[in-house]
Design a binder for this molecule. Structure first.
Ligand code: GLY
Ligand code: MN
Length: 346
């Protein structure tokens, strides 16, 4: 069944899809301005402007309707008098007001397309396997690079080029390269400061292949690790392995998250692991399902999630280790498989 047909079979009233990644998922159209109206009957109308008209007119399974440059004012006329579901997460208040002012009866909905996206099809998994394989190659090459004396920004630029050289579309997000105290900030900003000897360098980076993202983090040692840093690394690795071991279809996201906290809490460092264990990945770098203490997700075969515990000692160092995996009936398959043995870089 097509994606649109699967969505339609879940609908009670027409759904106006305005999230651009959701539009892409349903129709294949990549654009900065489009919407698709999916009817419970399975009929679908794709709205976009002149710039994407040729591409949109070639898409099977939808009726294309060209709009002026701004889709929402056009829809407020075209849909006037109708009751339609809208994606609350992907419709601005201004757009909702414009639609209502035009006489469209809006019903707020959430997560309908995202729920489909969370379970990957074979073709999507193929793209994600390729993204993971490129990620592994690039991280192997990265481990051969000199770190000491190069800045975080320089290493991030090396990564950006490496993704292209390796055949990816490009990066899936702005790389995080963070040593020492900057590594204690999970989403650190790049600095123009050279990496010194004797520290930990957190590198969180990924690429996109056919639009599908990879996400992987490794923490490198510059120079032979002293006992304290090595213990911190081993603790994070234990948490990561515990998280991986808890992944399987039917597992609750919050339980998988909890499994990754046991070792870190036993070391009295629970407070230093202040984010969730992981997130879904796909066309977006962060999507459903979620692995967090407050998660309501239950894992299903075909979900792709990250497993990325971290320990962050403010003003000192941080460590994070992350793999991306696909959920199977009784466990998971790693899509990123580069070594997690401690790697010493020059
Ligand atoms: N890779 C960045 C993040 O997951 O937040
Ligand atoms: Mn991640």
């Amino acid at each position: 069944m097509s994606r649109i047909a699967r969505l339609a079979s879940r609908l009670e009233e027409p759904l106006l899809v305005t999230g651009l990644v959701n539009v892409r998922y349903l129709t294949g159209l990549e654009s900065s301005n489009a919407a698709v109206l999916v009817d419970p009957s399975g009929d679908a109308t794709l709205y976009t402007d002149f710039r994407y008209a040729e591409a949109a007119s070639e898409i099977d399974g939808v009726t294309f309707r060209k709009t002026p440059r701004l889709v929402i004012p056009a829809l407020s006329e075209l849909l006037s008098g109708r009751r339609v579901g809208v994606e609350a997460a992907h419709l601005s208040l201004a757009s909702a007001e414009a639609l209502r002012a035009g006489g469209v009866d809006l019903v707020s909905t959430s997560g309908q397309v995202e729920a489909l996206r969370a379970v990957k099809e074979p073709g999507e998994l193929d793209a994600m396997r390729r993204a993971g394989a490129i990620s592994d190659r690039v991280y192997e090459e990265l481990a051969e690079q000199p770190f000491v004396g190069r800045t975080e920004a320089e290493l991030a630029w090396w990564l950006e080029q490496a993704w292209h050289d390796a055949g990816a579309d490009g990066p899936s997000f702005d790389a995080i390269v963070a040593f020492g105290e900057n590594g204690a900030r999970p989403h650190a900003k790049l600095r123009d400061v050279p990496v010194p000897e004797g520290t930990l360098v957190v590198i969180d980076a990924g690429c996109a292949v056919d639009g599908y993202c990879s996400d992987c983090t490794r923490t490198f040692f510059t120079g032979e690790p002293d006992g304290r840093l090595r213990k911190l690394y081993d603790l994070c690795l234990q948490a990561q392995l515990d998280g991986l071991a808890a992944v399987r279809a039917g597992a609750a996201g919050r339980d998988v998250d909890a499994a990754s906290r046991v070792a870190i809490e036993a070391a009295s460092l629970g407070e230093k692991y202040g984010h969730g264990l992981g997130h879904g990945v796909g066309l977006d770098i962060h999507e459903e399902p979620s692995l967090r203490p407050e998660s309501d997700s239950v894992l299903e075969v075909g979900n792709v999630v990250t497993i990325e515990p971290g320990i962050y000692l403010a003003g000192d160092v941080g460590v994070r280790i992350e793999d991306m995996v696909v959920v199977t009936e009784d466990g998971c398959e790693r899509l990123t498989a580069v070594t997690k043995e401690p790697v010493v870089v020059g």
